[in-house]
Design a protein around this ligand. Structure first.
Ligand SMILES: Cc1cc2nc3c(=O)[nH]c(=O)nc-3n(C[C@H](O)[C@H](O)[C@H](O)COP(=O)(O)O)c2cc1C
Ligand SMILES: [Mn+2]
Length: 503
């Protein structure tokens, strides 16, 4: 099911008892973070929060602020219009397994899949709700804009009065837009990309653009730099939450996130032209911030209390110049906070891993399950269970994952046998400790590191470690007898269940 607006999603959360409204004024400077952090760390991820009166430097912003909207398994599924994420996983598996049909029922299934895929293709529309209010912010146009009836008095203060942008943590370098969907285009092929890269507010019309070196936005930027051209960039906030999720999903470079969002919501994304740049954005979003990056122009960005649980230090990043802001009349401001885990982004990352598990399995059929425990903050720790068939298969899986997209960042990979539940960290640690000879069963490699990892001596490069916690085979040189796990047969368990029921 597709949401026609972000506020429709918020209303759905409220109906389901998944939303708390905060009607009194709360400061965007640290206070909203403190409330949201407590909520995110409450059992199961707490509820979504709607701050009706977020204040910016003491003044109430006209935009209510929504946070933790995807911060639980249930809300993450609801964001994608699902009862349960497993429905989508099955759909992915089906599509990947699609073969020429040999009978009618198979053909019908394929037709349905085909329709879904057709739905994925975006449509182009002339206007949309994101244009209800238009502020042109180009310096040359600023004076005209105040005379233009379409524009309200151009309040350029995106960091002050207009949007309730958070200053999340005490040592943060300023206010940060934390849920931006950043739209860019490959200047060579015209291919679109949508990524989530945080934006530090510098002043009324400039922000940072924190695309890390490994990300597609950065690759597009590099090409504009080489061509010596100004790079158009559009940032959207809100709309169907499928857009926000798609912006964070680790899709391969070249796979269009707008198409993926269309597939997720089973409805074409309607795209509308921007006012001041040659890009298109979903017409139903809450806010569009249009502008450009002048490749080569860098500015210190940070510090920022990051999802590693530590502050990322100041580093040079591109500067984003705002040329227009358009928004719905009743726009909401969606955002999140990151910090010591677990936070809202854990549930988003977890959903990504589940949805892409069929892709991993297609490449490595022996993979049973994968989990990225919250403590590992995505890239630091990966648990994989496999159906082991031949010697050193665990190492093949580690190397395979280290070579796959953003899995390259995985700092520690632990491989266990298929009968271990990778979503139960305690069970995995038990296997790791019991089943390994540390020197024999580990391997170190060199690979790119997550740009946010503060531990490596040099940023973005470092060692990675893999543990083979599977049972060892004679063909792996293990000549002793591998013991059996202490377990009760299922007949006895069933019998005891029955006995206890009768008590
Ligand atoms: C809340 C949140 C904030 C993020 N902030 C950043 C960021 O500032 N910079 C960055 O490079 N990636 C950030 N990411 C991760 C990217 O969005 C993610 O790697 C995405 O897949 C990149 O898309 P791309 O491959 O199209 O570049 C963030 C993810 C989340 C969930
Ligand atoms: Mn991408």
């Amino acid at each position: 099911m597709a949401y026609s607006s972000f506020s429709e999603f918020i209303a759905t959360l409220e109906k389901a008892g998944e939303l708390k409204r905060i009607a009194f004024p709360v400061a965007t400077e640290l206070e909203i973070t403190e409330i949201a952090d407590r909520e995110m760390k409450s059992p199961g991820g707490g509820k979504a929060l709607l701050f009706e009166k977020p204040t910016v430097n003491g003044a109430v912003s006209p935009f209510p602020l929504a946070i933790n909207t995807m911060g639980s398994e249930k809300r993450m599924a609801m964001a994608l219009g699902l009862e349960n994420l497993e429905d989508l996983v099955q759909q992915m598996t089906l599509i990947l397994k699609a073969k020429p049909p040999t009978n009618f029922s198979q053909a019908w299934t394929l037709v349905k899949q085909g329709i879904d895929l057709l739905h994925a293709r975006p449509k182009h529309v002339k206007s949309g709700p994101c244009k209800e209010v238009i502020h042109l912010i180009d310096q040359a146009q600023t004076s005209q804009a105040s005379q233009n009836s379409q524009s309200q008095a151009p309040s350029l203060a995106i960091g002050q009065a207009l949007l309730p942008i958070l200053k999340c943590w005490p040592q943060d370098g300023g206010r940060f837009i934390t849920f931006p969907c950043v739209h860019t285009k490959d200047p060579d092929t015209g291919e679109r990309n949508l990524g989530m890269y945080r934006m530090q507010v510098y002043d009324h019309q400039t922000t940072g653009m924190h695309w890390q070196v490994h990300k597609v936005g950065a690759r597009h930027g590099k090409r504009y730099y080489e061509l010596g051209e100004k790079m158009p960039v559009a940032v959207t906030l809100g709309g169907d939450p499928a857009y926000t999720f798609a912006a964070t999903a680790p899709l391969p470079d070249g796979l269009d996130e707008i198409l993926f969002a269309g597939f997720l919501r089973k409805k074409s994304v309607e795209l509308v032209k921007c006012e001041t740049i040659d890009l298109e954005v979903p017409a139903d979003v809450d806010v569009v911030i249009e502008g450009y990056v002048q490749p080569g122009e860098l500015r210190p960005e940070g510090p920022f209390g990051d999802h590693t649980g530590f502050y990322t230090p100041v580093d040079d990043y591109p500067v984003f110049h705002i040329t227009a802001i358009t928004h719905r009349k009743n726009a909401l401001y969606p955002c999140t906070i990151v910090g010591i885990p677990p936070m809202e982004d854990f549930y988003m990352g977890d959903a990504s891993v589940r949805i892409f598990l069929p892709v991993f399995k297609m490449n490595f059929p022996e993979i049973v399950d994968i989990a990225l425990p919250a403590e590992g903050v995505f890239h630091n720790l990966v648990f994989v269970s496999i159906r082991k068939q031949y010697p050193w298969q665990a190492y093949k899986i580690m190397h395979g994952l280290w070579g796959m997209g953003q899995m390259m960042f995985s700092k520690y990979i632990v491989v266990v046998d298929e009968d271990c539940d990778v979503h139960n960290t305690s069970e995995v640690l038990f296997r790791l400790c019991a089943n390994t000879d540390p020197q024999r069963d580990s391997t170190f490699i060199k690979n790119p590191c997550d740009a946010l990892d503060h531990a490596p001596t040099v940023a973005c490069i470092g060692s990675h470690m893999g543990f083979d916690a599977t049972r060892k085979l004679p063909t792996e040189g293990y000549t002793r007898t591998w013991p059996d796990l202490v377990k009760m047969p299922s007949e006895i368990q069933a019998k005891v269940d029955e006995l206890l029921r009768q008590m």
